[in-house]
Design a protein around this ligand. Structure first.
Ligand code: ZN
Length: 289
């Protein structure tokens, strides 16, 4: 099942994508929560109700809705650095013994087609195409073997990075967390539809030019191992997102470096999930709040 958050006629709600249609769950299953975090927290009963509603619900053409980030404000937005061998090699580093973990701030999340800002503070902007794991159930000390039961599904993530801010301090939080630098989507593909997340082709294009091409079978620490690792230290909660790391081909390590500029379009495709496509724009004047 493909679970989406969408806006149509000025209201945002959740739905199930079926072919070229969006089944509006606010109509097809009106008792379900209308917001994804509450839906995921409602657990397997809500998932079952949504699945049963797909046959009979009101349908909207996908082309007529605006897809939002499936989860607008994840409780945690966790990420893994250096998790593909070719990216470790291009970075000139040794294969890590332990996963390299950092956080993106949840406020950086944006939708699968929404603009990404070149910030006022820096122009050294880069993409990172990644598979994202969405947690579906609260868990601590989850074993690798049981991890699948704690995963709701998978999304495409662009771990957008401000490279000079990433590397000017030992920790990466600032360079990874600028507003709009966390596009996710286009929807959550649930684990019943996508059973094996470890054999998916991943491609990143900039203005149609292929920049990253890999497969999730190349992950050093796989999705299930990451759930085990994180939950050793802290509780995972419904709606948490784990960006699993990017393969080789990031812009900064091209020769010469290929930095994103306003006017560029970044498209990331993952087999079995879909694609996100975000235009790059200069940070607007009115972002102070
Ligand atoms: Zn990354």
């Amino acid at each position: 099942m493909k679970l989406a958050t969408f806006t149509h006629d000025g209201t945002t709600r959740i739905g199930v994508v079926d072919g070229d249609d969006m089944v509006d769950l606010s109509v097809a299953a009106p008792d379900l929560p209308r917001e994804m975090l509450a839906f995921l927290e409602a657990g397997s009963d809500a998932m079952l109700t949504a699945r049963e509603a797909v046959g009979g619900g009101t349908r909207l053409p996908l082309a007529e809705v605006h897809l939002e980030a499936p989860i607008a404000r994840p409780p945690k937005f966790l990420a893994v650095g250096l998790n593909y061998a070719d990216h470790v090699a291009e970075s000139g580093l040794d294969t890590p013994e332990h996963p390299t973990i950092f956080n993106k701030q949840a406020t950086c999340v944006t939708g699968p087609t929404d603009p990404v800002h070149v910030p006022k503070a820096s122009h050294v902007l880069d993409y990172e195409g990644e598979l994202g794991v969405v947690i579906g159930r609260r868990g601590r000390h989850v074993s690798r073997d049981d991890a699948i039961d704690y995963i709701a599904g998978y999304v495409v993530v662009d771990d957008v990075t401000v490279r000079d801010w990433q590397f000017r301090t030992p920790t990466w939080t600032m360079g990874k967390s600028f507003d709009t630098h966390g596009p996710i989507g286009p929807w959550i593909v649930t684990t019943d539809e996508l059973r094996d997340p470890h054999q998916l082709a991943l491609r990143t294009f900039v203005n149609g030019e292929l920049r990253q091409e890999s497969n999730t079978k190349e992950l050093i620490f796989d999705c299930f191992k990451l759930v085990e690792h994180f939950s050793t230290a802290f509780t995972l909660e419904p709606g948490d997102i784990i960006a699993t790391g990017t393969p080789g081909g990031v812009g900064i390590l091209h020769k010469p470096p290929q930095i994103l500029e306003a006017g560029d379009v970044v498209r990331i495709e993952i087999e079995g999930i879909g694609e996100i496509e975000n235009p790059i724009i200069n940070e607007p004047e009115d972002t102070a709040r």
